[in-house]
Design a protein around this ligand. Structure first.
Ligand code: WCA
Length: 438
C-alpha cells in the first residue's frame, strides 16, 4: 500500500500559485506544455508522472536485521552493584550500594554487555570522578568503537538481505555516544565500503527513540525513492555517560547496556537474490507529550554526559500509549488507496490489542508492566521485549532492533499485524504499524 503516492500526486497536480500560469509569456507556457503530458496541462501532470515513476511500489519493508554487542565485558545483573562500587572505589557508600542492589533486582535484567573494561577504568579514574574533566577521553574512546560496533550489526543485516553493500543508497545512523565531524555515519560508510554517493544522515541524542525514528525515516526514504535501499544503524556505548554511583543516576546504572542494531529497508520492486520482506512498515507516527521536556534528558558537560530519568516515566508512557496507537492505526488507512493491504480498524479495549504482535522498546520493566496493564495484553505479548531486556538491558536506540530480531525468530507464531513502540526524551513516542507478510 503506497501510502505516500496519493499525497505526492496531489501536491504535484495542484498549483498553489495559479496566477503564475497566466502571467507567463506564451512562449514559456508552450515550453512548459512540451514538458508536460499529452493533455497539455503543463508541468503539473508531468511532475505527477515523474513523482509516480520515482515512487516505490508497495510499502517499505525490513529486508535484513542484524545485532551486535561488545565482546569484552558481560556483567551478570546480580553482581553489577557490587562490581560498580568496587571498581569506582565507592565501597564506603553502603546505603547507596544497597539501593542500587534493590533497583537491580527489580529491573527484569539478567545480564548486560559493556565496551568499558575494568582495566580502562583503572587507567582512567576521571571517568568516575565528577570533578575531573573527562569529556575528551570519553570521546576518544568512542570515536572508533561506536562505528565499529555498528559495522558488526550492519554486516549481519547486509548478509541476510543478500545483496552487496555497494547497492545501499541511503544510511541513517542513530547514536548518542559518538560526536565529532566527519561523524560516525561517515566512518561506518567507510568501514562497510558503501559507495561515495550514499546519502548519509546522522540522528544524534534521540536517545531511546532513536531506533524508532531512524526506521520511520528509512521507511519514508524507501517509499519515496524508487530503488532505494536504506541501511539503518543504531549503536550505543554507555561509557560516554558512565559515572560514579554518587552521581545521582542509579536507575541509569541499573538498566543501560551497550549494543548495536541494523536493518536494511527497501520497497518494491524487489531484486533477484534479495531477502523477501520480513516486516512491512505500513504507517508511522511520532508523538511528543506536551510539557514533559524535564522528564527524560541528557546534559553534556566537561565531565561527560548526565542522564536524567524521572520517576514518572513509566506512568506517563502508560497513560499515553493507547492514544498513540489509535492515531497510528487510524492514520494509516488511506481512503482511496489502490488495493494494498488494509489496516485493521482501530482496536481498543476488551483485550482487542491481543490481536497484534508487539515490538516494544523495553525502556524498563515498569514501562512494560504498565503497557501490559493499560492494553490488557496477554502475558506472552511482550515476550520479545522482556527477553531482550533480560539478556541485554536497555541499549537505548539499538534495543528496538533486538526486539524486531527476536520477533523475526518467532515469526511463524505471529499474527499478521503488529505495532512497534519506542520512547525517549521529549517525551517522544514513536509508533509504527507493522505487517508480517505470509
Ligand atoms: C526497574 C525500575 C527502575 C524499578 O522497579 P520498580 O518496580 O519501580 O521498583 P520500586 O518502586 O521498588 O523502586 C525501587 C527503587 O528505585 C527508585 N526509583 C525508581 N525509579 C526511579 C527513578 N526514575 N529515579 C530515581 N529513583 C527511582 C524507587 O524510588 C525505589 O527506591 P527505594 O524505595 O529507595 O528502594 C522501574 O521503576 C523502571 O523500570 N523504571 C523505568 C526506567 C526508565 O525510566 N527507563 C527509561 C525509559 S525511556 C528510555 O529508555 C530513554 C533513555 C534515554 C536515552 C538517552 C538519552 O539521551 C535520554 C534518555
Amino acid at each position: 500500500m503506497p501510502l505516500k503516492l496519493h499525497s505526492i500526486t496531489k501536491l504535484a497536480t495542484s498549483d498553489p500559485c495559479p496566477a503564475n500560469k497566466s502571467s507567463a509569456p506564451a512562449s514559456e507556457r508552450s515550453a512548459m506544455g512540451s514538458i508536460g503530458t499529452a493533455n497539455g496541462n503543463g508541468i503539473g501532470h508531468g511532475g505527477a508522472a515523474v513523482a509516480r515513476r520515482q515512487h516505490a511500489e508497495g510499502p517499505a519493508a525490513m529486508l535484513g536485521i542484524g545485532t551486535a554487542n561488545p565482546t569484552g565485558v558481560e556483567v551478570p545483573q546480580n553482581v553489577f552493584a557490587e562490581n560498580l562500587f568496587r571498581v569506582t572505589k565507592s565501597d564506603h557508600l553502603t546505603e547507596l550500594q544497597q539501593k542500587l542492589t534493590r533497583i537491580c533486582e527489580k529491573t527484569g535484567i539478567d545480564k548486560r554487555h559493556f565496551h568499558l573494561t575494568e582495566e580502562t577504568l583503572v587507567a582512567h579514574p576521571e571517568l568516575y570522578d565528577q570533578d575531573a574533566p573527562s569529556l575528551d577521553s570519553r570521546l576518544a574512546m568512542t570515536v572508533d568503537a561506536v562505528p565499529k560496533l555498528a559495522q558488526c550489526a550492519a554486516a549481519k543485516a547486509i548478509a541476510e538481505w543478500g545483496r552487496p553493500a555497494s547497492e545501499i543508497t541511503h544510511l541513517v545512523f542513530s547514536t548518542y555516544s559518538a560526536w565529532g565531524a566527519p561523524s560516525a555515519d561517515l566512518r561506518l560508510a567507510t568501514l562497510l565500503g558503501l559507495r561515495p554517493t550514499v546519502n548519509r544522515t546522522i540522528l544524534s541524542l534521540h536517545g531511546c527513540y532513536g531506533g524508532g525514528r531512524a526506521l520511520g525515516l528509512a521507511r519514508e526514504l524507501a517509499e519515496n525513492n524508487r530503488g532505494a535501499r536504506v541501511l539503518v544503524a543504531c549503536a550505543e556505548i554507555t561509557l560516554v555517560c558512565f559515572g560514579g554511583p554518587d552521581g545521582g543516576n542509579l536507575v541509569g546504572h541499573a538498566i543501560f547496556g551497550d549494543g548495536a542494531g541494523a536493518v536494511i529497508v527497501g520497497a518494491g520492486p524487489f531484486r533477484d537474490g534479495e531477502q523477501s520482506p520480513i516486516f512491512e512498515m505500513v504507517h508511522a507516527t511520532q508523538t511528543t507529550l506536551p510539557k514533559t521536556e524535564h522528564v527524560l534528558g541528557m546534559q553534556v558537560s566537561g565531565s561527560g554526559v548526565d542522564f536524567h530519568l524521572a520517576i514518572q516515566v513509566p506512568t506517563l508512557i502508560g497513560q499515553n500509549v493507547e492514544r498513540c496507537l489509535l492515531d497510528a492505526f487510524r492514520g494509516g488507512d488511506d481512503e482511496d488507496d489502490d488495493g494494498g493491504a488494509h489496516l485493521p480498524s482501530p482496536l481498543s479495549g476488551n483485550g482487542k490489542w491481543n490481536e497484534l504482535f508487539w515490538a516494544v522498546h523495553p525502556g524498563g520493566r515498569q514501562i512494560l508492566d504498565n503497557i501490559d496493564k493499560v492494553l490488557q495484553l496477554e502475558p506472552e505479548k511482550l515476550g520479545a521485549s522482556r527477553h531482550v531486556l533480560r539478556e541485554y538491558g536497555n541499549m537505548s536506540g539499538a534495543t528496538i532492533v533486538f526486539v524486531l530480531d527476536e520477533l523475526r525468530r518467532r515469526r511463524s507464531l505471529l499474527p499478521e499485524w503488529g505495532a512497534m513502540l519506542a520512547f525517549g526524551p521529549g517525551v517522544t513516542i514513536e509508533t509504527m504499524v507493522l505487517r508480517c507478510p505470509r
